[in-house]
Design a protein around this ligand. Structure first.
Ligand SMILES: [Zn+2]
Length: 318
């Protein structure tokens, strides 16, 4: 089992230094960002992985686009790794060798790659998973746990900390583990009524924790949840069942807006959202609300470090 590292916030606290967030790194380590610890004694760089959210997952899905319409000529894996638990690896090899990558899609934090010969490959990035495309001849490195060789390029799934997951299905129809996923936040099925029902079912939980529930908000992670609440002007500690009608409506609209905009702004090149978003300020020590300049508050809510503006986000309670 991989050792669970302390969270970024805990590490910052332990080291007694201030973090300064750097731009997300667009290289294969792009699931995280480089945080520079400006220690008076010795400034140094430290890599902190961030859990990939909707748009980051979409970015990684696209990394295999160059393999579309091309045949797999060989499959390599590190079969003893836990990301393959429960998987029929010989079936995966027998199916994918000689098969053509036909299509792919992302849903929340998961991806599905469809191959000819009835092959369906599901990937979950966990915390440190990433996809990339390498020119052939390619030899996988220590953390490249699954490599699909094509004639001109290799499609690589890498996961240093192995919180990710590989799923595989062979058949004519879409596997159950994909067909049963909840509707995307940006889809027509994500209705005000469905949201109201979900909020009522989790009435006592703080709204921040509820927003992280993948059963209703697939792909929404920590920074997106904070962004949604900031835009909807809802305090993250308010119990889900105490939101008034106006706040619930704002939550529905802003959840859809943030998911759609993140896909548009972040997914193509793993860029950052604009500075008018909370995202650009939530990591800074002494970060201020981009709307009114008030210093942001921080606390752990729903197990995650949460940032919000105490002035803009005071309302929303019934
Ligand atoms: Zn504010």
């Amino acid at each position: 089992m991989a050792r669970v590292m302390p969270s970024a916030a805990v590490r910052v606290k332990q080291q007694g230094v201030s973090p300064r967030r750097c731009r997300a790194n667009p290289d294969p380590l792009s699931l995280g960002c480089l945080i520079q610890f400006l220690s008076p004694a010795a400034p140094f760089l430290f890599y902190i992985p961030l859990m990939p959210e909707l748009a980051e997952v979409e970015y990684h899905r696209r990394q295999w686009n160059r393999g579309l319409g091309r045949r797999v000529v060989g499959v390599e894996w590190h079969g003893d790794k836990r990301i393959f638990r429960g998987l029929d690896l010989p079936l995966l090899r027998a199916t994918l060798e000689g098969a053509t990558l036909r299509a792919s899609e992302a849903h929340g934090k998961r991806m599905l790659f469809r191959f000819s010969k009835g092959g369906w490959l599901g990937l979950h990035l966990g915390m440190t998973g990433s996809l990339r495309c390498e020119p052939e001849p390619f030899t996988g490195g220590k953390h490249d746990h699954l490599v699909l060789h094509q004639r001109e390029q290799a499609l690589v799934f890498s996961d240093p900390r192995q919180f990710g997951r590989v799923l595989f299905h062979r058949g004519k129809t879409m596997p159950d583990w994909w067909a049963s996923l909840p509707p995307a936040v940006t889809s027509p099925q994500f209705t005000r009524q469905a949201l109201a029902t979900f909020l009522a079912r989790h009435a006592k939980a703080p709204i921040k924790a509820v927003l992280l529930d993948q059963a209703q908000f697939p792909g929404v992670g920590n920074w997106m949840a904070d962004e949604i609440l900031w835009r909807a002007r809802i305090n993250p500690r308010i119990p889900a069942g105490r939101l008034n009608a106006r706040a619930a409506n704002a939550l529905w609209r802003q959840a859809r807006f943030v998911c759609a905009a993140a896909l548009r702004l972040v997914a193509p090149a793993h860029g950052d959202p604009p500075v008018s978003w909370l995202f650009a300020h939530r990591w800074e020590k002494g970060g201020r609300c981009p709307r009114d300049g008030v210093q942001l508050s921080r606390a752990t809510i729903g197990g995650r470090t949460t940032a919000w503006c105490p002035r803009c986000q005071g309302a929303g309670k019934s």
